[in-house]
Design a binder for this molecule. Sequence first.
Ligand SMILES: Cc1ncc(COP(=O)(O)O)c(C=O)c1O
Length: 362
Amino acid sequence: MKTIYRPTWTEINQDALIHNIDFFEKMNPNKIMIPVIKANAYGHGAINVMKVLYEKGIRYAAVSLLEEAMELRAAFDDLDILMLGPIMPDDLPVASMHRIEITVYDQMIYDAIMSSSDWLICHIKVDSGMSRYGFKKPNEVAKMVEGLQLANHVSLKGIYTHFATANDDEVFYQKQLSHFKKVLKAIKTKPLMIHISNSSSTLKYEKDYDFTTHYRLGISLYGLSLDQPKPDLMPVMSLKSKVAQIKELLPGDCVGYGATYCVSEPERIAILPIGYADGFLRRNKTGHVEIHGTKYKIVGIICMDACFIKVDETVHEGDTATLFGGIISADDVAKRLGTINYEVCTSISYRVPRRLTGGNHD
Ligand SMILES: Cc1ncc(COP(=O)(O)O)c(C=O)c1O
């Protein structure tokens, strides 16, 4: 039965995703990838993305929230699922029941874990300089590790940290790395899994590390990056909508809320059924969309469910517009909005269907 009716959608290119997986597996043949599929796989659709990863033999995933972890667990019974975000003490039984690996990030949760009667799989988080979650002092981490290793109801599976500047500030990156190494040195029996890299760190440094076992890959799995030069990756997501109506404007006619765009000569305006409630933010009003390989200007103010494009006589009702993921990239949109490609993808709202393309899904 048909469940999707609206002519606005994202295409999630399975072939591009596979290309990106192969790219990293070739780069790091001796390490295991942990795909980061939090925030609905950076907006790409967690379950569909995980299906592709699973078919490629990947059996690990990292998310941020317990809700995200449980959604994955319901679909993949034999997946190792690491929750990167903070868990609340009351929720430890839920993590245990669903076999979710949790992050030990501060004293409060350490105490709750130690006094829990549930079987818990843990990774200890080191704050090596980002001042986000985790323990900082080497001796403090060593004590926690020992405590967790002695607890009969705990499996301390891994230790990890996260970098703040792997894509740009090498000096700060090295400072974090050396802090993490100091922490490792203080630990008598190291956990089996050691994972420190995000996308930028994986691209630049991971192959030189002999002490890590896994790497956590987010944005570059989806073919995007903050690094320069851009790595040889393929963007996975494109955002599309079909022209719902063409308006032939006469001199003096105005467009949209606020009547901010008025014409002094005849113009053709295409209305796309996509707006800010879909994550196509009002600040896009200075941008362009692609139709038939040509860029056309967005005019007027973007509505909740629609936006206006100034077009020529070659554009017709029913034609497909690509808002990004074609000749206009997610990076172009990010630049337009004064943000990063991560935010462009994760902003696409739940109202926009994610269609898997490529492979045998076309
Ligand atoms: C703890 C942690 N690891 C890995 C990642 C993946 O980072 P990236 O998307 O830059 O690869 C993130 C993303 O924010 C994260 O928070």
